[in-house]
Design a protein around this ligand. Structure first.
Ligand SMILES: CC(C)(COP(=O)(O)OP(=O)(O)OC[C@H]1O[C@@H](n2cnc3c(N)ncnc32)[C@H](O)[C@@H]1OP(=O)(O)O)[C@@H](O)C(=O)NCCC(=O)NCCS
Length: 291
């Protein structure tokens, strides 16, 4: 074939042929990518893996299942989230990933060795420029910083109250429990919250809210996990909550609806049970496994 004239066409052709030649070393490109990504991170959930690879969850799931079946990946329950599993390389998987990496490195070295030595310095600089440009285009490497998750301070109450009101949630009784609230902060603004109330050994989750502009980015889920961890650390066995608006979100995260009449008496001390939440609010519960 003739060498394309524009830099863009050359780049596409380089990428196409390079990936095609690399495929010769592995049974399937997707499985190689999965092995390499787990090798790089040590352990990953399936969701994190799909995010890292920028690939469809279903596609990643099929590749993972094939690697579990051939003994390359071990799946273990996530100690912090009983609905999630952590993926690690087995001894076999580790050996396969290392062999694969050695083959890919050899292929790169052979390719570079076939280019005359005097051109290497220019090539090296051009590859560095390309790598830099690609890294800057990576969604998770963009200059956009992510909100920071932290426990709330007493001074956070006014913005938390504003957020709860904007999200249509009750504020009564929340201020008393500010020291067990977790928040997400971005540029000095509170953009998401999740509160926890302890009544004896009973834990009540409340005030789970994410500002409109920040929804569907995993903030509520991250705060929820943090609060589950804290509730476990305080030896709570069950996490309760009342909701009128977010049953689907909590079902998605493993909570189950339960009878309000069966709620522990200690919860009657919460303002949410004393009227801040409407009587029609649904009671849901989540069993916290012991660690
Ligand atoms: C419910 C709420 C807190 C979710 O916040 P969020 O930061 O957008 O949620 P996340 O991005 O962490 O969502 C994580 C997961 O839950 C799912 N999810 C998010 N909102 C959902 C909803 N309303 N119903 C079902 N699933 C939902 C997402 O799809 C995502 O799953 P995925 O990664 O598998 O796609 C937010 O919509 C909100 O503030 N609602 C108004 C206040 C409210 O009703 N709070 C609950 C009262 S206690």
């Amino acid at each position: 074939m003739t060498i394309p004239s524009t830099a863009g066409e050359r780049l596409r052709e380089v990428a196409r042929l390079y990936v095609r030649q690399q495929r010769a070393f592995g049974p399937s490109r997707s499985r190689c990518d999965v092995l390499n990504e787990i090798l790089r991170h040590g352990a990953l959930s399936q969701r994190q893996l799909a995010q890292q690879l920028g690939l469809d969850k279903g596609w990643v799931s099929r590749a993972v299942e094939a690697l579990v079946r051939d003994g390359s990946i071990d799946k273990a329950p996530d100690a912090h989230d009983r609905r999630s599993v952590v993926l690690r390389l087995s001894d076999t998987g580790l050996r396969r990933a290392q062999t694969l990496n050695a083959q890919l490195n050899r292929h790169a070295e052979q390719l570079l060795a076939s280019i005359p030595e005097p051109r290497h310095a220019r090539l090296h600089a051009a590859l560095g420029d390309l790598l830099q440009a690609l890294l800057e285009l990576q969604p998770d490497n963009k200059a956009t910083p992510r909100p920071v998750l932290r426990m709330a301070l007493a001074t956070d109450w006014p913005p938390i109250e504003r957020l709860l009101l904007e999200c249509g949630l009750p504020v009564a009784g929340a201020h008393e429990h500010i020291d067990t609230f977790a928040v997400a902060e971005m540029d000095g603004q509170i953009v998401a919250s999740a509160g926890l109330e302890f009544h004896d050994d009973v834990a009540l989750l409340r005030s789970v809210a994410t500002g409109q502009a920040w929804r569907r980015q995993g903030l509520a889920e991250a705060l929820l996990r943090e609060q589950m961890r804290r509730a476990r650390a305080r030896s709570a066995k069950t996490l309760y909550l009342l909701t009128t608006t977010a049953e689907a979100f909590f079902l998605h995260h493993g909570f189950a609806p339960c009878e309000r009449t069966g709620a522990p008496a200690a919860l009657e001390r919460s303002a949410e049970f004393r009227g801040a939440c409407p009587a029609s609010a649904l009671l849901m519960q989540y069993t916290l496994e012991t660690e």
